[in-house]
Design a protein around this ligand. Sequence first.
Ligand code: AMP
Length: 307
Amino acid sequence: MKLLTVGSVAFDAIETPFGKTDKIVGGAGTFISLAASFFLPEQGIISVVGEDFPKEDLAEMEAKGIDLAGLQIKLGEKTFFWSGKYHNDMNSRDTLITELNVLGTFDPTVPEAYQGAPYLMLGNLSPEVQRTVIERLTVRPKLIAMDTMNFWMDIALDELKKTMKLIDVLIINDEEARQLSNTYSLVKAAALIQDMGPKIVIIKKGEHGALLFHGSQMFFAPALPLEDVFDPTGAGDTFAGGFMGYIASSDDYSFENMKRAIIVGSALASFCVEKFGTARLKEINKEDLNQRINQFVQLAHFQMMEL
Ligand code: AMP
């Protein structure tokens, strides 16, 4: 097993200017592992759901090679529920409801078969739970990536800083990078975050692309300008899942390969936003993905004449 993901498997209810859903399946762990499944025939997920989580959705995950031995099902309990509403520009959203339910008491277990996995993706969860998983692995993975959010910076900054010391790659958005470093310039923010632990920092800028800071090297990937953005939920997780799925399958975390992984993650995220929840990611295949990656390559490619 090349990749382990830790992250929420959830119900979401989403409202955008284009429509509204009842409870649909979402969660950071769901988006990450679904995105990574484009590159990996098998992978593991460490998470928890309640008895109310649909068996068909679990079966769909298994069919995509996502092993569920690390996914606990709590009888008589309810799955994590999140509800959010997007504004007209789609860049900002309000969280309307967070019901932790089974996540409130989540004690992650690492099945024996997952031990020795070389790549670990810690999806957005409490930094204590993220650290517990690292501590329960008998062999340190080659590369540990982590996502987090301002929510944890507000209520658990010390815990977050402890966990950050143990990881290699931090994936956050621009606003979160500024909050964590207390600095406006993203170049300075990345350097300050590198001093906190992760030597590789990826800063997502939504529809304005993503920046990769790898030691002292830097790379910028654009986001594809899309005609319609329907629902941005899970785009960040899809980006992270595509990035780590690609790195794990190629078993190469050099700067050059991380550039490719960022484009792959961005291409998958550009599909994610085209429909509600995971719907679009479930429709597309490798061929669709390759075509979109080509669009990314064309978007930023040009030849310069000598002046
Ligand atoms: P993103 O749009 O990439 O920020 O991720 C959205 C997903 O994160 C949704 O599917 C939610 O279920 C999940 N989510 C939201 N808040 C939390 C939280 N506090 N802990 C874990 N997962 C969350």
